[in-house]
Design a protein around this ligand. Structure first.
Ligand code: GTP
Length: 394
């Protein structure tokens, strides 16, 4: 589990919980504006759902749909409204299990072959929750009548499943590090707190605040999707072009290419090749001297040193090159044939390999554009390859 994931989930969750604390603290300021909030909530849910669908975040769109249904049930005398209001435990558990379902789902198109499965899963959640609560009405009969069990039994119908669902959601939001999962986790916390009357915010206000969070989550996730490389998590060439617009007159650009990578792919396979790209990217993020690292494309990377000369940048790139060349990567031996040896980590199952990189460096000349400086770095990279690879050339 990535430390980065834990950190960002924790920070985002704390920020939103902080926002709700502020809302509770300043109740007097917004109480008289609740009518506006009541008018705002439905259009905001619709806008968020459309926005989420546009950016292929169907889970957020479904979440908006669930909120809309919930609000309509609360505010209008629908056929099921009375039953729902007399079964608050079902409502609480059903809501949380739907959140877990969304957390485990993929962001597939709203209307697709999977729609029927999704509808069935949603109905399944509602029925399983109902069945669980019915079963737990006679929970005492399943356990021995001891003092310890008598203390535990009252927590089995609601607190027990809530804890399990909360823990699963927490685990999921840490292992899949994106803001949709963080938004689901925050929604779970607010839903439980408000349903259990531990906080008493009007639902329309809660939903307006959460919808704003969903909009932020979808737009931030989409930004990252456009500007971050999926495999290495480095900024992409699009982000590099963005940086080029804000660079001053003095900077140095370096192009880095993995040596004989085609041969590496052919020998060990594309998956191991991907692992190498990730490793090189990770090593590159440690470059000193203020170097900004980008995945230019394929097995090529770019480092930009704003306000630095080539003389300043080359020693940092030498350190980087050396750190990659001396790093021994442990990979699965592609020649292994005995499938049973998967279970035991036999020494011949793994082997240590090394990769090297060639780096071309160019300092921006007066009146030169970013593209020209980049081209010069590319020419220097060509010279580095010609010199025999595993070196830094100017
Ligand atoms: N595994 C993997 N391979 C990639 C990826 N992108 C590009 N490649 C491979 O990178 C290789 C690039 O090979 P070449 O440009 O011919 O050069 P090279 O083998 O690195 O040799 P030199 O640059 O001359 O040292 C190709 O085999 C591509 O398939 C990727 O995302 N993953």
């Amino acid at each position: 589990m990535k430390l980065k994931g834990i950190k960002s989930t924790f920070i985002s969750s704390m920020a939103v919980m902080g926002l709700f604390s502020v809302l509770i603290y300043f109740q007097a300021q917004w109480q008289d504006k609740l009518t506006i909030v009541n008018y705002l909530v439905y259009p905001l849910l619709i806008i968020t759902a459309i926005f989420a669908t546009q950016f292929n975040r169907s889970r957020v769109a479904l979440l908006c749909l669930f909120w809309g249904l919930f609000l309509l049930t609360e505010n209008y005398p629908l056929v099921w409204s009375k039953w729902v209001s007399t079964n608050p435990q079902w409502l609480l558990l059903c809501g949380t299990s739907l959140l877990l379902l969304l957390a485990l789902m993929k962001d597939r198109a709203i209307f697709s072959v999977h729609s029927i499965t999704r509808i069935l899963l949603v109905i399944g959640c509602a029925l399983i929750t109902f069945g669980w609560l019915k079963l737990s009405e006679n929970v005492e009969s399943f356990f021995p009548k001891t003092a310890l069990w008598n203390q535990i039994i009252p927590y089995i119908p609601v607190a027990f499943p809530l804890t399990i669902i909360g823990a699963l959601l927490f685990w999921r939001s840490l292992s899949v590090n994106n803001l949709t999962l963080t938004a689901l986790l925050v929604t779970f916390a607010i839903w439980c707190l408000n349903q259990l009357d531990l906080i008493t915010l009007p639902w329309s206000l809660v939903i307006v605040a959460l919808s704003s969070l969903y909009l932020l989550a979808v737009s931030t996730d989409s930004y990252y999707l456009a500007y971050r490389d999926d495999l290495t998590s480095l900024p992409t060439r699009r982000a590099l072009n963005q940086l080029a617009l804000s660079l001053g007159r003095n900077y140095t650009v370096a192009m880095l290419d993995i040596d004989h990578f085609k041969k590496f792919n052919d020998t060990y396979g594309h998956d191991i090749g991907d692992q190498v790209l990730k490793l090189v990217a990770a090593k590159m993020t440690g470059v000193k001297g203020g170097g900004k690292v980008y995945r230019y494309g394929g097995e090529e990377f770019t480092v930009v040193f704003p306000r630095k000369t080539a003389e300043h940048s080359i020693p940092e790139l030498e350190v980087l090159r050396e750190s990659i060349a001396t790093y021994g990567m442990v990979i699965r031996n592609p020649k292994r044939t005995d499938k049973n040896s998967r279970k035991a980590k036999k020494s011949n199952d793994y082997k240590t390999v090394h990769v090297t990189v060639s780096i071309g460096v160019a300092q921006r000349e007066p009146k030169q554009s970013f593209d020209q400086a980049l081209k010069n770095a590319d020419l220097a990279l060509y010279r580095a390859k010609k010199k025999g690879r595993n070196n830094v050339s100017k």
